[in-house]
Design a protein around this ligand. Structure first.
Ligand code: FAD
Length: 489
């Protein structure tokens, strides 16, 4: 079967590329290795509850804000979005005290200035800087890539220079469990763009992340695109320096004029091991780049009508050492996420997320889902207990509210999304090595392109931007921008 574009992977990046190109009249075919589409947007059901895996909230969805413009284009605005409390979209508990992060740059600074009156000016400098970066987010569309020099600046040094008070620095970093706080590597661009989007406004879905995937997939199919599930891409067949066909499940083939890979660049290159056009140095560089840490999640199914829904995220830290997360038996930091109820005041699901490095689960790397053995079950149970104990600082008696506990580790993510070493956010960007860690969509094979969280920024906002950068390589950015509602500049 011949298509215009074959897309490997149905994560949000693959689906968005499929949507953009379908809108432009290209016939696309998305190949997904799993039965369920969506990658990190996958959900699972147990009894009456549906659990999210790699999606909990987004930032910048109010009118005029960056994600609003993107989701307007993708027709995702009328999903049941719920804005988190403006006076505290997040609560950071540190030194056993709560500190509140409020929506809007001024209110954010004002709220923290109540706890840190002497740091008011510095807080205003901080929010002013983030706002400037967020206001300029679409400039990267004109440049065709977010190649801002801020990728070369360190987030950690920026905080050191801007804010005197070490506790306040930690609080400002405390809502950033959604990125790896590596003091030597984390680029200022990643830190500023993501935090700015949450300060503008933070949202959950009254429902699950799969709604995003289903909406995009529905549109793609309606525009004559195809999505084939249970189709693991096993080889890219190269003829005369072009990918002439894509093999899946070791036997079937489809072909397209262009191929976009939404999976890790190293895994993409492994699908063409013999290519003479991919330089060995490029292969070596891509496979040597470290990936971000993974996430452990304790998914708690709660008894009926016991815990009122809390319309904010809660980040709890056992100590002040929040940068450079180390493995330890005890969980030292968690994000507590309440699932927004469809109606009523009680939540049925609380997810507790904690950073987890691959080394902690590496001993079970050769095992399969559901057959990893008693040692792994004990490991997960202890981690879940440690998460619940830390979360109980916010929800006293939490243990008594729990009906059932389900868990996921970096191994789970590896097996359900193909993420390298179960990494949560893909290639770890390094401000000291931007050339080495910022990957561009174009590969050395002219009709093969990359997309997804491993390029540029991770997360829903970052991946959505990258989908445009990738598709622009095929149809041209000016051509794409014509379809945007309003002026992108
Ligand atoms: C625990 C966790 C929580 C998160 N929470 C948030 C959040 O609240 N907000 C936010 O903005 N971001 C969040 N993120 C990050 C966000 O989910 C990701 O950045 C984003 O969804 C990645 O999308 P993607 O398309 O790049 O890749 P993925 O979602 O990883 O999709 C890749 C797809 O490719 C498929 N695939 C892999 N190999 C093959 C193959 N050989 N053949 C066919 N298909 C293949 C996979 O099965 C998968 O479906 C979270 C991530 C994690 C892990």
């Amino acid at each position: 079967m011949k298509y215009d574009v074959i897309i490997i992977g149905s994560g949000i990046g693959g689906l968005e590329c499929g949507y953009i190109l379908s809108k432009k009249g290209y016939r696309v075919c998305i190949l997904e290795q799993h039965a369920q589409i969506g990658g990190c947007l996958q959900t699972f059901r147990r009894g009456k509850s549906v659990f999210d895996t790699g999606f909990h909230y987004v930032g910048g969805l109010d009118e005029g804000q960056p994600l609003h413009r993107l989701f307007d284009y993708f027709d995702l605005l009328d999903l049941p979005w719920k804005k988190l409390d403006e006076d505290a979209f997040a609560e950071v508990i540190m030194e056993n005290r709560p500190f509140f992060l409020a929506s809007g740059h001024e209110r954010f600074a004002d709220t923290l200035a109540k706890d840190f009156p002497r740091q008011r000016k510095q807080l205003e400098t901080y929010t002013g800087f983030l706002k400037k970066i967020g206001d300029g987010i679409f400039e990267s569309f004109i440049a065709d890539f977010a190649n801002s020099s801020l990728f070369e600046s360190s987030a950690y040094l920026f905080l050191q220079k801007t804010i005197d008070d070490p506790l306040l620095r930690n609080i400002l970093s405390g809502g950033s469990l959604t990125m790896e706080l590596d003091s030597r590597k984390l680029p200022l661009y990643v830190f500023a763009q993501i935090n700015d989007s949450f300060i503008r406004s933070t949202w959950r879905l009254k429902g699950n992340g799969s709604m995003i995937a289903d909406r995009l997939a529905g549109h793609i199919r309606a525009m004559d695109g195809e999505i084939i599930t249970n189709a693991k891409v096993t080889r890219l067949i190269e003829t005369d320096n072009r990918i002439s066909a894509v093999e899946y499940n070791g036997e079937e083939q489809v072909s397209g004029t262009y191929v976009i890979s939404d999976i890790h660049p190293a895994q993409t290159l492994a699908l063409i091991p013999e290519s003479r056009h991919i330089r060995r140095s490029y292969r070596r560089r891509i496979s040597a780049i470290p990936n971000s840490f993974g996430i452990f999640t304790a998914h708690l199914q709660l008894k009926e009508s016991v815990l009122p829904y809390l319309n904010r995220n809660v980040f709890i830290y056992r100590d002040n050492n929040i940068w450079d997360h180390k493995c330890s038996r005890e969980i030292s930091s968690v994000l507590v996420n309440y699932k927004a109820p469809r109606d009523g005041i009680y939540t049925d699901v609380v997810d507790i997320l904690a950073p987890m490095h691959w080394e902690e689960v590496a001993q079970w790397e050769n095992t399969l889902i559901g057959k990893r053995g008693a040692g792994y079950e004990t490991f997960k149970r202890q981690k879940a207990e440690s998460c619940i104990s830390l979360a109980s600082e916010k929800i006293p008696g939490l243990k008594n509210y729990i009906e059932k506990i389900y868990t996921s580790t970096p191994l789970t993510y590896r097996d359900y999304t193909g993420a390298q070493n179960g990494s949560a956010y893909g290639i770890q960007k390094d401000c000291n090595d931007t050339l080495g860690t910022i990957i561009v969509p174009q590969t050395q094979i002219p009709n093969l392109f990359l997309s997804g969280q491993n390029l540029n920024l991770h997360g829903i906002l970052g991946v959505s931007m990258t989908s445009f950068f990738t598709c622009a390589k095929i149809v041209g950015m000016n051509n794409l921008l014509k379809d945007f509602n309003g002026n992108i500049r």
